[in-house]
Ligand binder design. Structure first.
Ligand code: C2O
Ligand code: CU
Length: 560
């Protein structure tokens, strides 16, 4: 195995990915940030220089297990102190599993500033994928806002609360086009003037996927979305799903693919349509009332369309299923099954511990917050990992957070507004501590938000592990009957990010076998910012040596 080295500088960049100029946080001046290419078993070394004049930064390698290197996980105040302006931090980790990944900023809302890029891990030489293809493309998908993340953060923490709202555009591999003619763009506003001025300029050129008729291509997709549940669709072309979050799945065919923030997929497409024209690749919002036009790229059939510039498809933008048809989304989510054989292991038959996480939206001291079992997460000033390693018990809340929703009522009412089980939410940063090797089930239970008759999709991501998705259900999870009736223990898919649907639950199982401290949180950036997450820790007596460059904040400040 090789050592793959990158020297990166993080900087502000003023750029217009959708034709409207805004402030981006970029690596080496690129948006999206540079792609990492490595082979399974390689060691990736990234020397990251923070050139931002006035803010710290961290990078999280989403989906990478970080076995033995929990300090390289890049979660601010969990695995490390933010890297200060002018400082260099070296991330070093082994990519132990082939597949499609991405990385992103993990401090405040920095991902929303465009700080994300692809990370592709290919199979070692001599090993073959369980499917074949002639070429591949990697498409990082995102929703895009014109407002700076600082104003977004301010709005989310203000009284009255100001939400980030729906995105202005959707980007495919960093490219989109703002629609100046929408109400989104009041005539005469600076955004609009700029947009009109550049409407036909190169900034509006869609990303192009050139294909040869008859050939099959692997599309590697990842969602770095801030808020939106996305739906990916290619005009006239079916997709065969073969990989989810770096794990092989039993192949199945879809004509549109739901992808929630933090998820990645590989799909196979065959260029088997009329080759004299090109086709739209489209990205739409699902799960929220859309106010954002379709993001577009072009599937370009070679050679007939290669000569006279890019021929835009003659058809309207592709439509996805209607945004609130949640049954369609649940049905697609339930189709995933692991491809067994190939290094797949089925989950242990039983778990040692069951956590039921009631997701609620609350007000705390007038602030709108998200909470899990009444605790709304606020980051500590000391990295949690360092707190365990150096026994800095004052660093975080020593009361373990509750395994179950508080019994303020003798039954869970997930439809009430505000939630009866969660009327006394508070801020906290307690940690769930597991024994090394413990088998843990988490049931994520969705509820009504503070708005009557409204429940939202959340996309839950666990650092440092893959988990089995055992099953989904509607209404209130029943620990007596649901495991027997609704769990798949034979070939549940392994993932690192899973959606919980409105008024429903999802059950996951994982083995706490990775000594470290690992965030478990909703991957919707404003939700995590508003407290929707917690930290899991395990093997706290088996933690590796922690490099001093991760330290220097909170209780880890050197004592001169
Ligand atoms: Cu991709 Cu903690 O996130
Ligand atoms: Cu959420």
């Amino acid at each position: 195995a090789a050592v793959v080295k990158y020297d990166w500088t993080v900087d502000y960049l003023s750029a217009a990915p959708d034709c409207v100029e805004r402030l981006i946080i970029a690596i080496n001046g690129q948006f999206p940030s540079p792609t990492i290419q490595a082979v399974q078993g390689d060691t990736v070394v990234v020397n990251l220089k923070n050139n931002l004049p006035t803010e710290g930064v961290t990078i999280h390698w989403h989906g990478i297990s970080q076995k033995g290197t929990p300090f390289s996980d890049g979660a601010a105040f969990v695995s490390q102190c933010p890297i200060n302006p002018g400082e260099i931090f070296t991330y070093k980790f082994v990519v132990d599993k082939s597949g499609t990944y991405f990385y992103h900023g993990h401090f405040g809302m920095q991902r929303a500033a465009g700080l994300f890029g692809s990370l592709i891990v290919s199979l070692p030489p001599g090993e073959k994928e369980p499917f074949s293809y002639d070429g591949e493309f990697s498409l990082l998908l995102s929703d895009w806002y014109h407002q700076s993340i600082y104003l977004q953060e301010l709005g989310l923490s203000s009284i009255p609360f100001e939400f980030v709202g729906e995105p202005q555009s959707l980007l495919i591999q960093g490219r989109g086009k703002y629609n100046c003619s929408l109400d989104l763009c009041p005539v005469g506003s600076p955004d609009c003037l700029q947009c009109n001025a550049s409407a036909n300029a190169a900034c509006a050129a869609p990303f192009v996927l050139p294909v040869q008729p008859g050939k099959t291509y692997r599309l590697r997709l990842g969602s770095a979305a801030i808020l939106s549940s996305l739906n990916f669709i290619i005009e006239n072309h079916n997709m065969t799903v073969v990989e989810a979050d770096s794990h092989y799945v039993e192949p199945f065919v879809v004509d549109n693919l739901d992808i929630y923030s933090g998820q990645s997929y590989s799909v196979l497409i065959t260029a088997n349509q009329e080759p004299t024209r090109n086709y739209w690749v489209g990205l739409n919002v699902r799960g929220r009332l859309p106010a954002t036009p379709t993001g577009l790229a072009v599937l370009q059939y070679l050679p007939s369309n290669s000569s006279s510039g890019l021929l835009l498809p003659p058809t309207p933008a592709p439509q996805s299923p209607v945004w609130n048809d949640f049954a369609v989304s649940v049905a697609q989510a339930e189709k995933y099954a692991a491809k067994t054989g190939l290094a797949y292991s089925a989950p242990p038959a039983k778990s040692h511990r069951l956590l039921i996480f009631l997701n609620t939206q609350n007000t705390i001291d007038g602030h709108i917050r998200w909470a899990i079992n009444n605790i709304s997460y606020v980051p500590t000033a000391t990295p949690v990992l360092a707190a365990f390693k150096f026994k800095l018990w004052k660093a975080f809340d020593q009361t373990p957070p509750p395994d179950r929703p508080p019994p303020s009522d003798n039954h869970l009412d997930i439809y009430a507004t505000p939630n009866a089980n969660s009327s006394h939410a508070r801020y906290g940063n307690g940690v769930y501590v597991f024994k090394l090797g413990e088998v843990v089930d988490v049931v994520i239970q969705n509820t009504n938000t503070l708005n009557p008759n409204n429940s939202e999709i959340h996309s839950w991501h666990l650092h440092g592990h893959s988990f089995w998705v055992l099953g989904y259900g509607k209404g209130v999870f029943d620990p007596q009957t649901d495991p027997a009736q609704r769990y798949n223990l034979v070939n549940p898919p392994l993932r690192n990010t899973v959606a919980v649907f409105p008024y429903g639950w999802v059950a996951i199982r994982f083995i706490a076998d990775n000594p470290g401290a690992w965030p478990f949180h909703c991957h919707i950036e404003p939700h995590f910012f508003m407290g929707m997450g917690t930290v899991f820790a395990e093997g706290i007596h088996n933690l590796p040596h922690i490099p001093s460059q991760t330290l220097g904040c909170g209780l880890t400040k050197p004592n001169w």
